[in-house]
Design a protein around this ligand. Sequence first.
Ligand code: SF4
Ligand code: SF4
Length: 254
Amino acid sequence: MASEGTTKQRRQRIRKTLLLISLLMLPATMFYFSPYLIIWGGSQGIVVGSFLMFSAMFLSSLFIGRLWCGWLCPTGAVQEYSTKLRDKRARGGKCNWIKFLIWVPWLAIIILAFIDAGGIQKVDPFWNIDYGITVATPQNIVFVVALVLLLVFMVITTGRRGFCHYLCWMSPFMIVGRKLGNAARLPGLRLTAENDNCIDCKTCTNVCPMSLDVNSMVRDGRMENSECNLCGECIDSCPEHVIEYRFCRMPGHQ
Ligand code: SF4
Ligand code: SF4
């Protein structure tokens, strides 16, 4: 049991380290997540870096859901570190759909931009990113600082990973991808739980960076949640080892 506990601690240390690396790289990588560059490139028929990045998120989510959000996303990293300023649970729940109010019109604009340009003319991952680095042009530091301030503001005002819940333009790609993967009965990385062993201590709920009621998910036997980023905090903090990762089809789809 002791070695299992150490393995779990190590897993979260690795996750936090990956997030920190991602955060430190944000000044270089930010434009690869740009919601604007993809439209600008699209208007000229150019598939830019953020187009490729969002496509990779969508395709990977068919099998690994929102693992990206929990383990590698720089905006997620800023938010998790921002909880040191204020750590309150996000309300989430019924308001999570707000981000789709941004995503759907934005996606429509991207599609229309490409149609207007006569379709895809070329692929250039580094288009309009000097030397492939966001802050190679010093004035772009303003964009990085503005994004970081927005992320911190969202955490302080709306709670843990508030930006992920309400504003993120990237997560809908993975939410839709995950739902399509499940509908197609694809195997995927997911959480499973042995709810007989649960002692209702609620540790899993308290540690969840997405503020999910994990205890209820365990009790209801419904571990699939579109806001879950598969960070594994609930797995690694549960004293009864109730929750675990499994690569399988959705329960009921075997
Ligand atoms: S339910 Fe577990 S794996 Fe999913 S976000 Fe919450 S703590 Fe992470
Ligand atoms: S941490 Fe484990 S034992 Fe405690 S409520 Fe969550 S699943 Fe149940």
